[in-house]
Design a protein around this ligand. Sequence first.
Ligand SMILES: NCC(=O)N1CCC[C@H]1C(=O)O
Length: 681
Amino acid sequence: TLFSNKKKKRKKICYIFFIVVNEFCERFSYYGMRAVLVLYFRYFLLWDDDLATSIYHAFVALCYLTPILGAIIADSWLGKFKTIIYLSIVYAIGQVTMAISTIHDITDANRDGTPDNFTFHIALSMLGLILIALGTGGIKPCVAAFGGDQFQEHQSRQLNTFFSVFYLCINAGSLLSTLITPLKSVASTLMVFIAGSGMYVKTDPEGNIMWSVCKCIGFAIKNRFRHRSSSYPKREHWMDWANEKYDKLLIAQIKMVLKVLFLYIPLPMFWTLFDQKGSRWTLQATTMSGDFVSILISTVNPILILTLVPIMDRLIFPLIQKCGLNFSPLKRMTVGMLFAAMAFVSAALVQIEIDKTLPNFPSSSESQLKVVNTYSTTLNVTISPNEHLLIESFGSSADYVTFDHQDITVSLNTNPVITKAFSLIKGGRQTLIIPSDPTVMYLKEDVKSKPREGKNAIRFVNGYTADLNITNLDSIEPSATTNYTLVNQGKRDFVLRHGEQWCEFSRKFGFGASYTFLIPSTVFSDDCESITEVEDMKPNSVHMALQIPQYFLITTGEVMFSVTGLQFSYSQAPKNMKSVLQAGWLCTNAVGNIIVLIVAELGKLPKQWAEYLLFASLLVAVSIIFSIMAYFYTYIDPAEIEAQVRKEQGLEPEEMEKETLEMEEKDEDQKNEQGVKQTKI
Ligand SMILES: NCC(=O)N1CCC[C@H]1C(=O)O
């Protein structure tokens, strides 16, 4: 018996391995594709930032809504195993469609490197994304529930460990996908899963369960309405109004599911904060210094998950238990939410530090102006009515001057005096360029927000007497100013050319700065030494390492909230509705994403730190509501309730036989364990 039990255990570890590796590969494919999705929208489909991020969030929301479809198919029709196989094929077709949509050659008839028919590429990529969402979302509740199905009633500890390992694999897949390309991963997902086919415990679907559930709920509501008069005796639960027509067991199962779904109502707020990691926090990072921005953003969460899940599971939770505290699943989820709220308080504190270093940008009714002088002598510049600036040759005004009106007149103390009227842009920043011929002075628009992704915005003013060519830029005419170009942090070299003459100059850049380089007429004779630099915007000075506490707090929150939520959703669901409740759990994520899309993207507060604090307060309020709801929730053993109802109905179903068998098996396990102990002694 000992030998056969060990064999059974090894076999179980083996097929659980297939399931978690399947999840690993699936998440590898999903996160790998998601990581480059916004780049694809921005640089291939040439969408602007807003459209790209909106479609991205809509896609993520869809991925967490489709689990409902997958769960209905699995629990009512195909069963979890077949649903995973078929929807994985849909998933793979989606990835291939998406990959084809990125081949610009398909419509690039003139071979200029850009597609000629954007509609075709957009249509194909949207079709690909819908199929991917159907695949990834559809299989997600089934894989988690299918993994849970491999355990027996008495193996709750092993079940919890399974969900922790499952979550580890999700994040190992996500981490690796950012380091390696996700090619071939869907195919391998499918192959790994099929490889374990013969070993799995497969529970059969019980007919069109979802349809029966809907009909039963509909009947209960209708019946309650028909008997609304106070002359009818009240019933314990509103679902009991379905007693006349529906099976008591089905009613009991619906009650269990509804109780949990009701508890889930406040949960999307956690995901609303969590999902802002990818939007608001990424933007915050672009206003900070440190050269690990992209690595930090894409890997810190999965790395922390890989370390925190084992620490929580093996150390923190057992320690709390040893202290005699009952840290029940719903309490863990509440604490998880509070950690996420603390993460946002931390983000707000970091934002306050950043704001101290940010330039004073104009409000929507103000205009800002800076003056650059490339004339041969120092100039006295008067800007009506009473702004006087003394600007030396190849220099600039110290900082931007702010005006609350747009129409200005500029006078230069040249001989004769030159006067010119300008109209400034409302809410904009501009530079008045005074070239070698001051009569043609002109305005050039400046950047008025930090350059994206921590890059630096640079431009050149040509004070040379002829056209100049600068590395990677179009040729500039004399007195003209180039548009801004974005350059990465670090040392950058530029070569300036005019005919046979050339010189090279280098600059070291930090993060998020903006410069105007003034090229004098002597540029070639002094080997580029005389090029002067005007700092339009200071480089970022708050280090990105300050974001680590907020990532740490939100991931600690995630471990407590998300891993526990996954376990809770499985343990509280009746056997035939495990996938449905998993889907309900995943839907909280979809709703969270939709809230990000609507509230966070549209309704921005003027101060970012205030918005972070608002979200933190909202989550604290929601977690208080949730803890009150949790207080009134009684944990159930669905199998026990089902058995009780069956007994009340006088049924002696096979389920009960199975349970008896499980109990016998459990007794045997215990006996064997004792046997092992006795042998050791
Ligand atoms: N670390 C993020 C993570 O693991 N997840 C976020 C949503 C649920 C879960 C996933 O399944 O990807």
